[in-house]
Design a protein around this ligand. Structure first.
Ligand code: FAD
Ligand code: A2P
Length: 375
């Protein structure tokens, strides 16, 4: 039987699917064999490799959006999800022992401010905390109704390693509350109790509490700190973590960013931990700035008392340049009364850059970059 040329071509084309099918079967057989030999599925390896590619993508494109984006810890976990909270509740507090209690004021200062350290060893579970947390103190004795005193909160002034770097102590910075009423001096219950403690005394401690004032994990973050009076407590913990040599050796958290402390005190003699901060500044001039507002010795441009918000205004341009960087966090701690003043200063400073502080502040807060704890 004779075939025409067209029939030959059509016949040849009809074999193509059969040839493709043949090669597909051979490849499948080969892949299956390879999988059996190596125990690996080439396809699933590719899927696993995909996220690594995403992680290696350049960061630059993300930075502008990051200004308002909440920081996320790696592994999809919420940031700081492993920070301990409420290990000891006020109804079942831990009993700490006072190790030391000394004044942090210089001669001629106003009032009474003490640095108090407690031994936390022996806890089951252990009383662990991180920089920026607070604890509750239950003063001994009873209130006017014969009930135990309610706990008062105090910011922890030490790092998680404690002042002795052994990880078993906690320090506070406490101002004794004193005010006049009907010609009589009234002493605050818990602050007076704390300021008068002696080494060896037993104290009921609850907590730790709070995640508002925690430091970011990134070593290249910039940290702006605004403190009045004992609001310096968490900042002292941050600065020790950043600049105290034994701390750095212990935790391997090698701070590479810029830290800027604004500290408000009534007199030079009231500047808390001033010598330590000056020392850090002299050792790390590239990483630490320290600006003081001494309200009863210095005047602002209007002739009034110099407050930290006046210092913020003086440095508005630099502060806002830092805030434009998504790695910058701002921490505010101390007198509740300073918040409106700081807000006003930030509003003026932002306006000079064409920004609206009332819009920017909630964005910074949502992004976890604005941290405030006032009392
Ligand atoms: P109280 O006996 O409770 O007396 C306080 C009450 O006295 C006030 O509620 C008010 O009713 C009255 N009062 C106060 N002043 C006057 C006045 N001038 N005129 C009339 N009445 C007045 N404090 C620190 O020293 N260091 C810290 O690190 C610290 N950290 C804190 C962290 C947080 C998160 C919070 C919320 C508070 C912090 N405090 C800190 C404040 C602390 O918790 C106490 O509020 C403070 O020590 C006063 O407690 P007290 O028991 O001595 O006073
Ligand atoms: P002043 O008391 O001179 O008015 P301390 O807790 O050691 O007293 O320090 C608190 C510091 O904060 C003081 O210098 C105090 O000034 C200052 N201060 C008081 N009120 C405000 C406010 N509204 N804004 C900012 N700083 C304030």
């Amino acid at each position: 039987m004779a075939y025409s040329e067209t029939k030959v071509v059509i016949g040849g084309l009809a074999h193509i699917p059969i040839i493709i099918g043949f090669f597909y079967l051979i490849r499948r057989q080969y892949s299956f064999g390879a999988m059996m030999r190596t125990g690996k599925n080439a396809l699933s390896e590719k899927v696993k490799a995909a996220p690594a590619k995403a992680a290696a993508a350049p960061k630059a494109a993300a930075t502008t959006k990051a200004a308002a984006a909440p920081a996320k810890a790696s592994g999809g976990k919420k940031p700081h999800s492993d920070v301990p909270v409420n290990t000891y509740k006020p109804k079942a507090p831990f009993t700490g022992t006072v190790i030391e209690n000394y004044s942090v004021l210089k001669e001629g200062a106003i009032g009474k401010v003490q640095h108090i350290t407690f031994d936390l060893s022996g806890g089951d579970p252990e009383f662990k905390y991180v920089e920026g947390q607070s604890c509750g103190i239950l003063a001994a004795g009873e209130d006017a109704k014969g009930k135990p005193h309610r706990p008062r909160l105090y910011s922890i002034a030490s790092t998680r390693y404690g002042d002795n770097f052994e990880g078993n102590t906690l320090s506070l910075c406490v101002r004794q509350l004193q005010y006049e009423k009907d010609g009589e001096t009234i002493n605050g219950v818990c602050s007076t109790y704390l300021c008068n403690l002696s080494p060896g005394d037993k104290v009921k401690i609850s907590g730790p509490v709070g995640k508002e004032m925690l430091l970011p994990d990134e070593e290249d973050s910039n940290i702006i700190m605004l403190a009045t009076g004992t609001g310096i407590a968490p900042m002292r913990a941050y600065l020790r973590r950043m600049f105290e040599p034994t701390e750095i050796e212990k935790h391997k958290w090698n701070f590479k960013g810029k830290a800027w402390l604004f500290m408000g005190a009534p007199k030079t003699a009231n500047l808390l931990y001033d010598a330590d901060f000056e020392h850090y500044k002299s050792k790390f001039p590239e990483n630490l700035r320290y600006t003081k507002a001494i309200s009863r010795e210095q005047n602002n441009t209007k002739g009034g008392r110099m407050y930290i918000q006046d210092r913020v205004l003086e440095h508005a341009e630099e502060i806002f340049n830092m805030i434009e960087n998504p790695k910058t966090h701002i921490y505010l701690c101390g007198l509740k009364g300073m918040e409106p003043g700081i807000d006003e200063a930030m509003t003026t400073a932002a306006a000079a850059k064409g920004l609206d502080w009332s819009e920017l502040r909630p964005k910074l807060r949502k992004a976890g970059r604005w941290h405030a704890e006032t009392y």
